[in-house]
Ligand binder design. Structure first.
Ligand code: PMP
Length: 363
């Protein structure tokens, strides 16, 4: 690891692979012998067209996305997609189902309420677990079912793909996208992910959409840049696409393929999160978390100290040791370590070593 770099446990924008950053640095002044930077490249050139194709083809291979699924590159963040979904896939009088078990799925449901009748599929659970399949009550008339596979703030990760019969399933995978293989991809009508966690810089959303999802609405007039059908027809280029972000995504996909693909990544992520969870579980309650054991996220680990007054000092001293980004989200406070794909096992080892040392100093 470059000696000037710290270990970045931030929830996003998050840590990127050093090799990806180095490649981008090396190519910054002259990208692929064009004599210019990728940052200066016009999106109507054949070079960019090739980059777009290559990015799509790499993610298809990596995530085993069948050919018939469309891949869109969107802007406006995952938050804009919260609104686009209901505008694209139903009419105002339609009902849609939302599984809500944390901040982001609640946010998505609230945005959909502006455009459709939202039915919440599960009882409120204090945002400490994911509902079981048997706890889901989906209305049969619903036009789609939405859920968030990993609640970034509450540290909850679904361990199964909800079975919603023939109703299209839509998933916000922002914070665990490409951290493991995508199970049962054909069950999804749409998967989307903000890229600033496991893929690259902020500003790009990748959407994977099954063809039967297009043209679902009847007469809704929606803003052009939110219209998935128009975006699909225009190869995600209704306006100037985020050229640099797409380039960075391609570099990351290449890196993940070179590392051996998502199965290997999954094993690494399991190792990293277990190391941290075992440390917390073995701390005699000095550290603890609220999530139900079975639903603990491998990507985002929110935790607290028994003496919460020590948390500020914990975060400060960790920073001095080169361990940054450990402050919990303002909604829930405390601490949180995000362990995205590019976080190394070495980084997590350093974190748990620091946690053990801090405990001894303060018990
Ligand atoms: N969904 C999830 C699961 C997230 O973690 C986030 C951002 N942290 C969002 C949606 C919103 O993403 P954006 O900031 O790109 O709009």
């Amino acid at each position: 690891m470059n000696e000037e770099r710290i270990h970045n446990f931030s929830p996003g924008p998050g840590v990127l692979f050093e090799e990806v950053l180095e490649n981008a640095q090396r190519e910054l002044l002259n990208w692929k012998n064009t004599g210019m930077s990728i940052l200066e490249l016009n999106h109507r050139t054949s070079e960019f067209h090739e980059l777009l194709l290559s990015t799509k083809s790499k993610i298809r291979i990596l995530a085993k996305i069948p050919e018939y699924f469309e891949i869109l590159f969107l802007q406006g963040g995952a938050t804009q997609v919260f609104s686009s979904i209901s505008l694209n896939f139903c009419d105002e009088t339609d009902t849609v189902d939302y599984i809500v078990n944390g901040y982001w799925s609640e946010f998505a449901a609230n945005e959909a309420k502006k455009n459709a009748n939202v039915h919440i599929s599960n009882d409120f659970n204090g945002y400490t677990s994911c509902p079981e399949q048997s706890e889901l009550h989906i209305l049969k008339e619903s036009k789609y079912v939405h859920y968030c596979s990993n609640e970034t703030i509450h540290g909850l990760e679904f361990q199964y793909v909800p079975d919603v019969g023939n109703i299209p399933l839509i998933c916000d995978m922002s914070s665990n996208f490409l951290s493991k293989p995508i199970d049962n991809i054909e069950k999804y009508g749409m998967i989307y992910a903000g890229c600033h966690k496991n893929v690259g810089p902020a500003g790009l959303v990748i959407a994977i959409i099954r063809p039967d999802m297009f043209n679902k609405r009847n007469k809704r007039n929606i803003p052009l840049l939110m219209d998935f059908t128009e975006l699909m027809k225009n190869n995600s280029m209704l306006n100037t696409p985020p050229v640099f972000n797409i380039y960075m995504a391609e570099l990351t996909f290449m890196k993940l393929l070179n590392l051996g693909g998502l199965q290997i990544i999954q094993q690494e992520n399991r190792k990293k999160s277990l190391l941290l969870y075992d440390t917390i579980d073995g701390s005699n309650n000095f550290y603890s978390y609220k999530m139900k054991y079975k639903d603990r996220s491998r990507m985002n680990v929110p935790f607290m100290l028994k003496n919460t007054c020590l948390e500020e000092e914990f975060i400060k001293q960790a920073g001095v040791c080169g361990l940054k980004g450990l402050k919990g989200h303002s909604q829930v406070g405390h601490c949180r370590a995000s362990l995205y794909n590019a976080m190394s096992l070495e980084g997590v080892r350093k974190l748990v070593k620091f946690m053990k040392w801090f405990q001894i100093q303060n018990e």
